[in-house]
Design a protein. Sequence first.
Length: 293
Amino acid sequence: MTRRLVPAALLLLLLALSLRERDRPPAAHRAEWLAAGDVHVRAARFGSGDTTLVLLHGFGESLMAWRAVADRLAERHRVVLLDLPGFGLSEKPAAGPWDLRAMHARLEAFVAEWTRGPVVVVGHSMGGELAAALALGDTTRIVSAVLIAPAGFGLGQVTQSLPDALAGAIGASTPLVLPVRDDAWLAGPPERLGYDPLTDPATLRTAQAVMEQFDFGGLRPRWSALRQPVLLIWGSLDPTIPVSTGESLAVVIPCARLAVLPGALHRPHQSEPDTVVAEIERFLSRRPERCDI
């Protein structure tokens, strides 16, 4: 008698799981895999408005780094966020290259193909350097920039002292702390669900190659050429790129305002999302061609 009940119990369990899956609300957004020059990247596009915000995350992270602020920003603007080439669920070609010029060219192609209208580039850390490079390269469509503790002027002494191999390993393990998925927020196609960057050897290989090839101080002589309005956001206790760098950039960039968040570290958009969104909206509420920011 007991043996007869086992298949029935399993059937009921499977039916319950199926009903639970069917009743689960759909994800808020759907991911796309879009071309960025010679690679394809995971991206998400949502929101509405006259201006498009392109969000670029930092080294070792993914578009999920913007999870706490993206929906709020999308209430008034179109938002496009992506895994940088080589990171997250984006392609990681063995040949690279991963220097500033190559990464800039990929993102330049992405912005040209997948956005419309005026663009505001929003970047954090490595993504901040890339955002600034995009603004320097296109002064017509890119009307302003929001740079959160950007690289490009130099790193903190502790960060600079790390060997490239160790820094790459730290970056490759970042998904342990900042997961690359939230299926309730961003759904992906079934064929992509099995991919885990933590088990992909290309993740470590690419992270180490980026540390070797990407110049994290590569914009140092060019910051003064930025002509668009720029909002700099910094955590006062940032150990990776110290706030003194932000103070220097605020002097060098002709049209910049520095917002320092007391007590915040290197990722204020994650630890202080309400404050960061308020700062960005205040900045964007002004006419983008004006410099009295």
